[in-house]
Ligand binder design. Structure first.
Ligand code: BGC
Length: 247
């Protein structure tokens, strides 16, 4: 059973065909850089090119870096503010001629990790973080998603946490992991003091370098790297579309 998964991000728009039963990619990922400015028209056009690359007609699951409800984009932290109020799901359906399910990118990455990765079989409160351009969060209680949490935007030292502690900020500032990790650790401490999770899964761009910064983390909660690495978004989006998760 195959579905096309798309992961629309602040820096790239990626896609692959996914076997939703195995939770694995059946084609290599295809990526086009996110256009700048990241307006609705430009991004949808680019996403349609990714779909075209696969010659795909059929259900498409799409992770998107914002709060989305019923296909409508409600926030715009790392994309053009022109997205707010736009029905991204409908635009993608029109541009691709296929049925699309549009959900928050961290939520879909979390769905994949809970099903096939580091969260498999884990009950209690699990927090998945996607640490990339921004910080995305997906919260699961006994395996069930609480959609659209935006815990990357808590305030730390008077600033938006993702501005201080995302991987994008680390790269922009040219920081080593040793310089960045204490900020990220402070973020994990704060979020843990608010939620008391049983497990935190670190995904997104930073997950592939987990070993480089894990030793700097002082947090006492169990922390695991995402197992599906940065394929989680594509896989989870495809699973969600396949199941038409009613959120
Ligand atoms: C957005 C979230 C998104 C995260 C990761 C944040 O800036 O507000 O909705 O999940 O970035 O892309």
């Amino acid at each position: 059973m195959q579905v096309l998964g798309l992961d629309i991000g602040g820096s790239g728009i990626k896609g692959a065909l996914v076997d939703v039963v195995e939770g694995a990619l059946v084609t290599p990922r295809y990526r086009i850089p996110t256009p700048s400015p990241a307006t609705p028209e430009a991004m949808v056009e680019t996403a349609a090119l990714v779909v075209q690359h696969f010659g795909w007609r059929g259900p498409i699951g799409c992770g998107f870096p914002a709060v989305t409800k019923g296909g409508i984009v409600l926030t715009a932290a790392n994309i053009s503010p022109r997205w707010i109020g736009v029905n991204g799901q409908q635009m993608l359906e029109q541009a691709t001629g296929s049925p699309v399910l549009l959900l928050n990118d961290a939520d879909v990455a979390g769905i994949a990790e809970m099903r096939f990765g580091a969260g498999r079989g884990r009950n209690g409160l699990v927090l998945m973080l996607t640490v990339g351009t921004g910080i995305g969060t997906a919260l699961f209680l006994d395996g069930k998603l609480v959609p659209n949490t935006e815990l990357g935007h808590i305030e730390i030292r008077g600033r938006d946490a993702e501005r201080r502690a995302s991987d994008g900020t680390r790269e922009r500032k040219g920081w080593s992991y040793a310089t960045w990790a204490p900020r990220f650790d402070e973020y994990l401490q704060r979020i843990s003091a608010l939620l008391w999770p049983d497990l935190i899964i670190i995904g997104g761009g930073a997950s592939r370098d987990f070993e480089k910064f894990a030793r700097f983390l002082t947090i006492r909660v169990e922390v695991e790297p995402a197992q599906l690495r940065n394929e989680a978004g594509i896989i989870g989006a495809a699973i969600a579309a396949h199941e038409q998760v009613a959120l």
